[in-house]
Write a protein that binds this ligand. Structure first.
Ligand SMILES: [Ca+2]
Ligand SMILES: [Ca+2]
Ligand SMILES: [Ca+2]
Ligand SMILES: [Ca+2]
Length: 271
Protein backbone atom coordinates (compact mmCIF):
# COMPACT_ATOMS: atom_id res chain seq x y z
CA UNK A 1 0.00 0.00 0.00
CA UNK A 2 1.28 3.46 -0.78
CA UNK A 3 2.04 5.85 2.00
CA UNK A 4 -1.19 7.51 3.18
CA UNK A 5 -1.60 11.07 2.03
CA UNK A 6 -1.31 13.61 4.81
CA UNK A 7 -4.54 15.47 4.16
CA UNK A 8 -4.77 19.16 4.78
CA UNK A 9 -7.71 21.48 4.43
CA UNK A 10 -7.24 22.83 0.90
CA UNK A 11 -6.56 19.32 -0.39
CA UNK A 12 -9.61 17.95 1.38
CA UNK A 13 -11.78 20.68 -0.11
CA UNK A 14 -10.32 20.04 -3.54
CA UNK A 15 -10.70 16.26 -3.33
CA UNK A 16 -14.29 16.43 -2.12
CA UNK A 17 -14.97 18.73 -5.00
CA UNK A 18 -13.43 16.24 -7.44
CA UNK A 19 -16.07 13.71 -6.51
CA UNK A 20 -18.98 15.98 -7.31
CA UNK A 21 -17.73 18.10 -10.19
CA UNK A 22 -19.70 18.92 -13.31
CA UNK A 23 -18.58 19.84 -16.78
CA UNK A 24 -16.74 23.06 -17.49
CA UNK A 25 -15.61 24.74 -20.66
CA UNK A 26 -12.47 26.70 -19.99
CA UNK A 27 -9.18 26.91 -21.74
CA UNK A 28 -5.72 26.81 -20.27
CA UNK A 29 -2.76 28.91 -21.29
CA UNK A 30 0.62 27.29 -21.19
CA UNK A 31 3.55 29.48 -20.30
CA UNK A 32 7.20 28.45 -20.25
CA UNK A 33 7.75 24.84 -19.12
CA UNK A 34 6.98 24.53 -15.40
CA UNK A 35 10.45 23.16 -14.61
CA UNK A 36 12.06 26.19 -16.19
CA UNK A 37 9.94 28.66 -14.19
CA UNK A 38 10.50 26.66 -11.01
CA UNK A 39 14.29 26.69 -11.37
CA UNK A 40 14.28 30.40 -12.03
CA UNK A 41 12.02 31.07 -9.04
CA UNK A 42 13.95 28.87 -6.59
CA UNK A 43 16.58 31.49 -5.82
CA UNK A 44 18.07 29.73 -2.75
CA UNK A 45 18.11 26.41 -4.63
CA UNK A 46 16.42 24.36 -1.88
CA UNK A 47 14.14 22.62 -4.43
CA UNK A 48 11.01 24.29 -3.02
CA UNK A 49 9.38 27.67 -3.44
CA UNK A 50 8.57 29.87 -0.50
CA UNK A 51 5.64 32.20 -0.92
CA UNK A 52 8.07 35.06 -1.54
CA UNK A 53 9.95 33.14 -4.26
CA UNK A 54 6.66 32.10 -5.85
CA UNK A 55 5.19 35.60 -5.91
CA UNK A 56 8.44 37.08 -7.20
CA UNK A 57 8.02 35.24 -10.51
CA UNK A 58 4.23 34.97 -10.67
CA UNK A 59 2.91 38.16 -9.17
CA UNK A 60 0.50 38.90 -6.32
CA UNK A 61 -2.96 38.85 -7.85
CA UNK A 62 -5.65 37.12 -5.73
CA UNK A 63 -5.67 34.17 -8.18
CA UNK A 64 -1.90 33.74 -7.93
CA UNK A 65 -2.05 33.83 -4.12
CA UNK A 66 -4.97 31.40 -4.13
CA UNK A 67 -3.02 28.90 -6.24
CA UNK A 68 -0.11 28.88 -3.76
CA UNK A 69 -2.55 27.94 -1.00
CA UNK A 70 -4.65 25.45 -2.97
CA UNK A 71 -1.77 23.51 -4.55
CA UNK A 72 0.41 23.32 -1.44
CA UNK A 73 -0.95 19.81 -1.10
CA UNK A 74 1.10 18.79 1.94
CA UNK A 75 0.51 22.15 3.67
CA UNK A 76 4.19 22.81 4.42
CA UNK A 77 3.93 26.44 3.27
CA UNK A 78 6.26 25.63 0.37
CA UNK A 79 5.62 24.49 -3.19
CA UNK A 80 7.60 21.48 -4.35
CA UNK A 81 8.30 21.25 -8.07
CA UNK A 82 5.48 18.69 -8.42
CA UNK A 83 3.01 20.89 -6.55
CA UNK A 84 4.05 23.88 -8.63
CA UNK A 85 3.65 21.95 -11.90
CA UNK A 86 0.10 20.88 -10.97
CA UNK A 87 -1.14 24.51 -11.00
CA UNK A 88 -3.23 24.89 -14.20
CA UNK A 89 -1.97 28.40 -14.99
CA UNK A 90 1.61 27.10 -14.71
CA UNK A 91 1.45 23.73 -16.46
CA UNK A 92 -1.34 24.48 -18.95
CA UNK A 93 -2.43 21.40 -20.90
CA UNK A 94 0.68 19.56 -19.64
CA UNK A 95 0.07 20.33 -15.97
CA UNK A 96 1.30 17.75 -13.48
CA UNK A 97 -0.58 15.12 -11.48
CA UNK A 98 -2.46 15.62 -8.23
CA UNK A 99 -3.45 12.85 -5.78
CA UNK A 100 -6.63 11.05 -6.83
CA UNK A 101 -8.85 10.09 -3.86
CA UNK A 102 -10.30 7.23 -5.93
CA UNK A 103 -6.83 5.79 -6.58
CA UNK A 104 -6.16 5.94 -2.85
CA UNK A 105 -9.32 3.88 -2.21
CA UNK A 106 -8.11 1.26 -4.71
CA UNK A 107 -4.76 1.08 -2.90
CA UNK A 108 -6.58 0.56 0.40
CA UNK A 109 -8.65 -2.29 -1.11
CA UNK A 110 -5.51 -3.92 -2.51
CA UNK A 111 -3.82 -3.66 0.88
CA UNK A 112 -6.79 -5.42 2.49
CA UNK A 113 -6.83 -8.35 0.06
CA UNK A 114 -3.04 -8.70 0.25
CA UNK A 115 -3.15 -8.77 4.03
CA UNK A 116 -5.91 -11.38 4.03
CA UNK A 117 -4.36 -13.61 1.38
CA UNK A 118 -0.64 -13.50 2.06
CA UNK A 119 0.74 -15.96 4.58
CA UNK A 120 3.96 -13.98 4.90
CA UNK A 121 4.45 -10.24 4.33
CA UNK A 122 7.28 -10.82 1.84
CA UNK A 123 4.98 -12.63 -0.60
CA UNK A 124 2.12 -10.13 -0.32
CA UNK A 125 2.94 -8.59 -3.68
CA UNK A 126 2.68 -11.99 -5.41
CA UNK A 127 -0.71 -13.20 -4.15
CA UNK A 128 -3.23 -14.49 -6.69
CA UNK A 129 -6.85 -15.60 -6.43
CA UNK A 130 -8.98 -18.20 -8.14
CA UNK A 131 -11.37 -16.09 -10.22
CA UNK A 132 -14.55 -17.70 -8.86
CA UNK A 133 -13.36 -17.29 -5.25
CA UNK A 134 -12.37 -13.68 -5.91
CA UNK A 135 -15.78 -12.81 -7.31
CA UNK A 136 -17.62 -14.52 -4.46
CA UNK A 137 -15.52 -12.56 -1.99
CA UNK A 138 -16.63 -9.34 -3.61
CA UNK A 139 -20.18 -10.53 -4.15
CA UNK A 140 -19.99 -9.83 -7.84
CA UNK A 141 -22.94 -11.88 -9.02
CA UNK A 142 -24.28 -9.19 -11.29
CA UNK A 143 -25.46 -9.37 -14.88
CA UNK A 144 -22.81 -6.90 -16.04
CA UNK A 145 -21.81 -6.81 -19.69
CA UNK A 146 -19.18 -8.10 -20.07
CA UNK A 147 -19.68 -10.55 -17.21
CA UNK A 148 -17.82 -9.89 -13.97
CA UNK A 149 -15.58 -12.94 -14.50
CA UNK A 150 -14.21 -11.31 -17.67
CA UNK A 151 -13.79 -7.93 -15.99
CA UNK A 152 -11.90 -9.55 -13.10
CA UNK A 153 -9.87 -12.01 -15.20
CA UNK A 154 -9.43 -10.43 -18.64
CA UNK A 155 -6.94 -13.07 -19.85
CA UNK A 156 -9.37 -15.81 -18.74
CA UNK A 157 -6.75 -18.08 -17.19
CA UNK A 158 -8.89 -18.68 -14.10
CA UNK A 159 -6.56 -16.67 -11.85
CA UNK A 160 -6.93 -13.08 -10.71
CA UNK A 161 -3.48 -11.58 -10.27
CA UNK A 162 -2.90 -8.47 -8.17
CA UNK A 163 -2.67 -6.36 -11.35
CA UNK A 164 -6.00 -7.78 -12.51
CA UNK A 165 -7.50 -7.18 -9.05
CA UNK A 166 -6.33 -3.57 -9.20
CA UNK A 167 -7.85 -3.14 -12.65
CA UNK A 168 -11.09 -4.74 -11.39
CA UNK A 169 -11.31 -2.30 -8.47
CA UNK A 170 -10.51 0.63 -10.76
CA UNK A 171 -13.38 -0.39 -13.04
CA UNK A 172 -15.80 -0.72 -10.11
CA UNK A 173 -14.89 2.71 -8.78
CA UNK A 174 -14.94 4.48 -12.16
CA UNK A 175 -11.24 5.04 -12.77
CA UNK A 176 -11.53 2.82 -15.86
CA UNK A 177 -14.44 1.72 -18.02
CA UNK A 178 -15.14 -1.98 -18.45
CA UNK A 179 -12.72 -2.37 -21.35
CA UNK A 180 -9.90 -1.03 -19.16
CA UNK A 181 -9.57 2.42 -20.73
CA UNK A 182 -8.90 5.19 -18.22
CA UNK A 183 -11.67 7.64 -17.35
CA UNK A 184 -9.67 9.78 -14.91
CA UNK A 185 -6.47 11.61 -15.83
CA UNK A 186 -3.53 12.10 -13.45
CA UNK A 187 -3.92 15.89 -13.67
CA UNK A 188 -7.46 15.68 -12.27
CA UNK A 189 -9.46 15.90 -15.51
CA UNK A 190 -12.27 13.37 -15.99
CA UNK A 191 -13.74 11.76 -19.10
CA UNK A 192 -17.42 12.61 -19.34
CA UNK A 193 -18.35 8.96 -19.77
CA UNK A 194 -22.02 9.54 -18.98
CA UNK A 195 -22.25 11.80 -22.03
CA UNK A 196 -20.27 9.25 -24.09
CA UNK A 197 -22.72 6.49 -23.11
CA UNK A 198 -25.70 8.74 -23.85
CA UNK A 199 -24.32 9.75 -27.24
CA UNK A 200 -23.45 6.16 -28.20
CA UNK A 201 -27.01 5.31 -29.23
CA UNK A 202 -26.05 2.10 -31.05
CA UNK A 203 -23.84 1.03 -28.10
CA UNK A 204 -20.82 0.09 -30.22
CA UNK A 205 -18.29 1.96 -28.01
CA UNK A 206 -17.51 4.59 -30.63
CA UNK A 207 -19.32 7.83 -31.44
CA UNK A 208 -20.34 8.13 -35.08
CA UNK A 209 -20.68 11.56 -36.71
CA UNK A 210 -24.47 11.55 -36.44
CA UNK A 211 -24.37 10.54 -32.77
CA UNK A 212 -21.89 13.31 -32.03
CA UNK A 213 -23.87 15.99 -33.83
CA UNK A 214 -27.28 15.01 -32.50
CA UNK A 215 -26.55 13.75 -29.00
CA UNK A 216 -23.59 15.62 -27.45
CA UNK A 217 -25.22 19.03 -26.90
CA UNK A 218 -22.69 20.77 -29.11
CA UNK A 219 -23.08 24.31 -30.40
CA UNK A 220 -22.98 25.77 -33.88
CA UNK A 221 -19.51 24.36 -34.54
CA UNK A 222 -20.34 20.78 -33.49
CA UNK A 223 -19.64 19.40 -36.99
CA UNK A 224 -16.25 21.12 -37.01
CA UNK A 225 -15.52 19.70 -33.53
CA UNK A 226 -16.17 16.19 -34.83
CA UNK A 227 -13.92 16.71 -37.83
CA UNK A 228 -11.06 17.97 -35.65
CA UNK A 229 -11.41 15.17 -33.10
CA UNK A 230 -11.64 12.39 -35.70
CA UNK A 231 -7.90 12.31 -36.21
CA UNK A 232 -7.83 9.07 -38.22
CA UNK A 233 -10.76 10.24 -40.38
CA UNK A 234 -12.76 7.03 -40.03
CA UNK A 235 -15.98 8.95 -39.30
CA UNK A 236 -16.19 7.79 -35.69
CA UNK A 237 -14.62 8.80 -32.39
CA UNK A 238 -12.86 6.33 -30.13
CA UNK A 239 -12.61 7.22 -26.44
CA UNK A 240 -9.13 8.69 -27.05
CA UNK A 241 -10.46 10.88 -29.86
CA UNK A 242 -13.43 11.85 -27.68
CA UNK A 243 -10.97 13.01 -25.01
CA UNK A 244 -9.47 15.58 -27.38
CA UNK A 245 -12.75 17.54 -27.29
CA UNK A 246 -12.45 19.84 -24.28
CA UNK A 247 -15.43 21.35 -22.52
CA UNK A 248 -18.23 18.81 -22.38
CA UNK A 249 -16.45 15.58 -23.39
CA UNK A 250 -13.71 15.97 -20.77
CA UNK A 251 -14.51 17.65 -17.48
CA UNK A 252 -12.00 19.68 -15.51
CA UNK A 253 -13.10 19.87 -11.86
CA UNK A 254 -9.82 21.56 -10.90
CA UNK A 255 -10.51 24.56 -13.13
CA UNK A 256 -14.13 24.50 -12.05
CA UNK A 257 -13.11 24.63 -8.39
CA UNK A 258 -10.72 27.49 -9.08
CA UNK A 259 -13.31 29.46 -11.04
CA UNK A 260 -15.79 29.20 -8.16
CA UNK A 261 -13.22 30.34 -5.64
CA UNK A 262 -12.41 33.44 -7.72
CA UNK A 263 -15.69 34.96 -6.60
CA UNK A 264 -14.73 34.91 -2.92
CA UNK A 265 -12.82 37.63 -1.11
CA UNK A 266 -10.72 35.03 0.71
CA UNK A 267 -7.72 35.51 -1.56
CA UNK A 268 -7.77 39.29 -1.70
CA UNK A 269 -5.19 39.88 1.02
CA UNK A 270 -2.26 38.02 2.60
CA UNK A 271 -3.22 35.60 5.37
CA1 LIG B 1 4.17 21.87 -0.21
CA1 LIG C 1 -5.87 -13.71 -15.15
CA1 LIG D 1 -21.86 4.54 -31.63
CA1 LIG E 1 -11.79 8.17 -35.60
Amino acid sequence: MSKPIALNMPLVVLLVFLSTATAVSQTQTANAPAAEIFTKADTNNDKALSREEYEAVRGTTPEIRRDFFVFDLNADQMLSEAEFASIPSVGGPQRGPIPDPFAEIVEQLLAIIKKQAAEKPDVADKVEFLTERFLVAFQKVSNERPPARIIADPDQDGIVTLDEAKRFFEIQIGIRRVDGQRLRFDDGRLVNNNLFLYADLNANNVIERQEFIERTFGGANVAEEFKTADTDKDEQLTLDEWCTVSGRCVEDPILNFLSYSESTSFWQSPH
